[in-house]
Design a protein around this ligand. Structure first.
Ligand SMILES: [Cu+2]
Length: 507
């Protein structure tokens, strides 16, 4: 892959066929990539199948030794996998970190098939590149004759993420952190199409005393138990992006120098799209052409044909696209609320590939619930009565850049407590002005209510809960242990928007 200075392929290891599941090697290491002409040193996971991701089969064992070749501690989480809690890769919840030069062994049966990913769960290592696709192949995949293309999306910054957080908290001037220092005004300016607010812009300073519009209902750090009222027009005032990045990457490339994938067979491609961003939601399109959505977060959905599909932070979508002979089809990911975009090109035989700008003509909107409301799982949860409904409150203070779950910042907040065997519903109440991609480890859940309307929605592991809204998810408490449950916006999580799920025995 051009643009990647260090080869990520490891010589001497098999590239496919883990049928006998010998223990294979994964390394946490570093690499250099070129981002719009500038070399950047990144962290990286290197495995036997190269930088396009790790491929393993359902029914096999996930049997790896993870070696830490970094000069700092690390630990990797296998996002979306149902596995024993001790192997889930979250420091403080499932296992200790791996020291420099150390290693950890993983061995568990793979019970799922679909599009997944892996990433560090330590500090900002995921933002720095310690992440990779994880494709769980289905041995009986009816689509196995199709060409497969993995599209791994990331947001990229040359800056130190810790400095970005400091700026978001008002500790310094930067052109990277979008102006939360202006007390929640940033989102309003965005929605009027005036562009990103520079936190260091002198004219905004006088507004810093507005303290996040704390007087507005539902936007203050909330401790009550009643749901926030639906305020007309609030969605338009939402903050869409915290952080302005230097680039958006598709398989480690920008759209100025995109990957061009030759389309081989019968002109039909299965795209496995993974949003591996730290803090960016995207809208996916295929050059205005209709595509067919067949899975979200690795789980099959009844097909939906459309021209644009949102994919939230940490979520995945599988799309089928037709690439007519002689045509070059751009697969574009445009940032929510922005013109910035990235992507790759699917090129049919003999196609001329045109240069594409990494800036769209018009801004994308906000991710809402339009698609989520239409999703229907092919294999919904078995029909059972709900034994317990738990409350999960999301709150925050945008001006101070404090994000909370269950009334506090981790670890000063309460976990969700479930009883072994219970069908459990969780009402997620987002009382903030931002959307939050909420992720539960070690389980899959079904979306069963959106904005007060019941539905038999998608089965998945990460759901975007829009500002000022409720969503209800349900799952079976059938994997006892302690499991991370958190906002997957890395900047929110790192300042404390993190909790966990814990079990008590059935009585
Ligand atoms: Cu969040």
């Amino acid at each position: 892959m051009a643009g990647v200075a260090a080869s990520a392929a490891m010589a001497g290891l098999p590239t496919a066929g883990h049928a006998l599941t010998p223990q294979l090697l994964l390394e946490a290491t570093t690499r250099e990539i070129e981002v719009n002409g500038t070399l950047a040193k990144q962290l990286a996971v290197v495995g036997p199948d190269g930088p396009e991701g790790l491929r393993v089969k359902r029914g096999d064992h996930f049997k790896f030794k993870l070696v830490n070749k970094l000069d700092t501690e690390t630990l990797i989480h296998w996002h979306g996998l149902i596995l024993p809690p001790s192997q889930d890769g979250v420091p403080g919840i499932s296992a200790p970190t791996i020291p420099p030069g150390g290693s950890a062994d993983y061995d568990f049966p793979l019970v799922q098939a679909g599009t997944y990913w892996m990433h560090s769960h330590v500090g900002f290592q995921e933002q720095l590149g310690l992440a990779m696709p994880l494709i769980l192949e289905d041995p009986n995949d009816p689509l196995s004759n199709l060409q497969e293309v993995v599209l791994f999306l990331e947001d990229f910054t040359f800056k130190d993420p810790e400095a970005i957080v400091a700026a978001l908290r008002g500790g310094g001037q930067t052109d990277t952190a979008v102006g939360h220092g202006a007390g929640g005004m940033a989102g309003m300016v965005h929605s009027q199409g005036a562009g990103a607010v520079d936190a260091g812009m002198p004219g905004m300073k006088g507004m810093a005393g507005m303290s996040g519009m704390a007087g507005m209902k539902g936007m203050a750090p909330a401790t009550g138990t009643t749901a926030a009222p639906a305020v007309a027009g609030m969605e338009g005032m939402a903050d869409l992006n915290d952080v302005d990045f230097d680039a958006y990457l598709a398989n480690s490339r920008t759209l100025r120098d995109p990957q061009v994938v030759p389309v081989e067979r019968n002109g039909k491609v299965r795209l496995r799209i993974i949003n591996g961003s730290a803090s960016t939601n995207f809208f996916i399109s295929a050059g205005g052409q209709s595509a067919r959505l067949i899975a979200v977060d690795g789980e099959a959905v009844h097909p939906i044909d459309d021209v644009i599909f949102p994919v939230g932070i940490a979520q995945r979508i599988d799309l089928l696209v037709d690439v007519p002979g002689g045509k070059a089809l751009p697969i574009i990911a445009q940032r929510e609320g922005d013109t910035a975009r990235t992507g790759l090109i699917l090129a049919g035989p003999g196609a001329a590939v045109e240069k594409l700008s990494d800036d769209a003509d018009a801004k994308a909107g906000a991710i809402g619930v339009e698609l989520e409301s239409r999703l229907r799982a092919v294999e919904p949860l078995p029909v059972r009565p709900i034994a317990a409904e738990l409350d999960s409150l999301l709150s925050g203070d945008m001006a101070k850049y404090i994000w909370m779950m269950h009334g506090g910042v981790y670890p000063n907040n309460k976990p969700l407590v479930v009883r072994t065997g219970d069908r459990t519903a969780v009402r997620i109440r987002n009382q903030t002005g931002m959307s939050h991609p909420m992720h539960l480890h070690g389980h899959v859940f079904q979306v069963i209510e959106i904005g007060g309307k019941p539905l038999a929605g998608a089965v998945r592991d990460t759901v975007v809960v829009p500002p000022q809204s409720d969503m209800v998810i349900a799952f079976d408490a059938n994997n006892p242990g302690n499991w991370a449950y958190h906002c997957h916006n890395l900047y929110h999580m790192e300042v404390g928007m993190f909790s966990y799920l814990t079990y008590v025995p059935a009585t």
